[in-house]
Design a protein around this ligand. Structure first.
Ligand SMILES: NC(=O)c1ccc[n+]([C@@H]2O[C@H](COP(=O)([O-])OP(=O)(O)OC[C@H]3O[C@@H](n4cnc5c(N)ncnc54)[C@H](OP(=O)(O)O)[C@@H]3O)[C@@H](O)[C@H]2O)c1
Length: 254
């Protein structure tokens, strides 16, 4: 999809969401930016309005459907049509914790999975009415294989399948669905990672690749390119090799 004029991005207060907002911002473009840290959004709004983009900011938790709906309705009122929604908000797993915590797993699913289903749901009806638009969700290369994390890989796997289900059900309304599965990106998200991150990308480079993939209406975009070859191999690796590969990142209950 080309000539994007109106976009809504969740998780726009840092990392990839911020880089996407910076990339799309230009004169004539209206962007809705959402996240919990409103101070960050305020300064990003100032920065992007220098580029003459029109920016609306929303303080919200993507797990809160009623608030998200209010914000989406407000944004929709301000624009004629919505071209693109990027459900990007996400949090990671705490590998180093020996015990699984129900609260932590719930928080991961609430943000990474329910956050995406909520974000898509509050824009879908409007896109059906206007008979066009593009809905994108940020998954992960971790979503293609069970990993010994605290639910992160499962939360992203659900996002991948959810987007494919939506495409099957709604693409004949003229709506495009894209699942983006990044490898490692150098954002605050990976700052606590103590392990080697192969093919680490800068957020601005990642944003450019995503924008290109969305313009080409890719159903599933795995990047950087090396992961397209690694993912099919990792998918069939036996569990013991995954455990060996990740043993430095894990601690177990004593
Ligand atoms: N970095 C990587 O290597 C990598 C790899 C694969 C996939 N991803 C995915 O890429 C997406 C962006 O992550 P990032 O790397 O840019 O990390 P990041 O810099 O930590 O950004 C995460 C964003 O999500 C927002 N967020 C977190 N919880 C939220 C909630 N409950 N409600 C609303 N917003 C929330 C954060 O804003 P607030 O804290 O202000 O709410 C922040 O803007 C995530 O979905 C992540 O899983 C990242």
């Amino acid at each position: 999809m080309e000539n994007i004029k109106s976009i809504f991005i969740t998780g726009a207060s840092s990392g990839l969401g911020l880089a996407l907002a910076q990339l799309y911002a230009k004169e004539g473009v209206i962007i809705g930016l959402a996240a919990r840290r409103f101070d960050k959004l305020k300064s990003i709004k100032k920065e992007l309005e220098i580029k003459k983009a029109k920016i609306y900011i929303y303080k919200l938790d993507v797990g809160n459907l009623s608030l998200l709906k209010k914000c989406a309705d407000d944004f929709i009122k301000k624009i004629k049509t919505i071209d693109l929604v990027i459900a990007n908000s996400g949090i990671g797993s705490k590998f180093h914790k020996p015990h699984y915590s129900a609260e932590e797993i719930a928080e991961i699913f609430q943000t990474n999975t329910i956050g995406v289903t909520n974000t898509i749901s509050v824009f879908l009806d409007f896109m059906i009415k206007q008979k066009k638009g593009q809905l994108a969700a940020i998954g992960s290369v971790a979503g293609f294989r069970a990993l010994p994390d605290s639910g992160y890989s499962a939360s992203k796997s659900a996002v991948h399948l959810f987007m494919s289900s939506l495409r099957l059900r709604y693409s004949f309304y003229g709506i495009k669905f894209s699942t983006i599965a990044p490898g490692f990106i150098d954002t605050p998200f990976v700052k606590k990672h103590t392990f080697q991150m192969p093919f680490l990308l800068k957020p601005d480079k990642a944003a450019k690749l995503i924008k290109k993939a969305l313009t080409r209406n890719k159903k599933l975009y795995i990047f950087p390119w090396q992961w397209k070859f690694i993912v099919p191999i990792v998918k069939i690796l036996p569990d013991f090799l995954i455990r060996i590969a990740m043993k430095d990142k894990l601690t177990f209950p004593k």
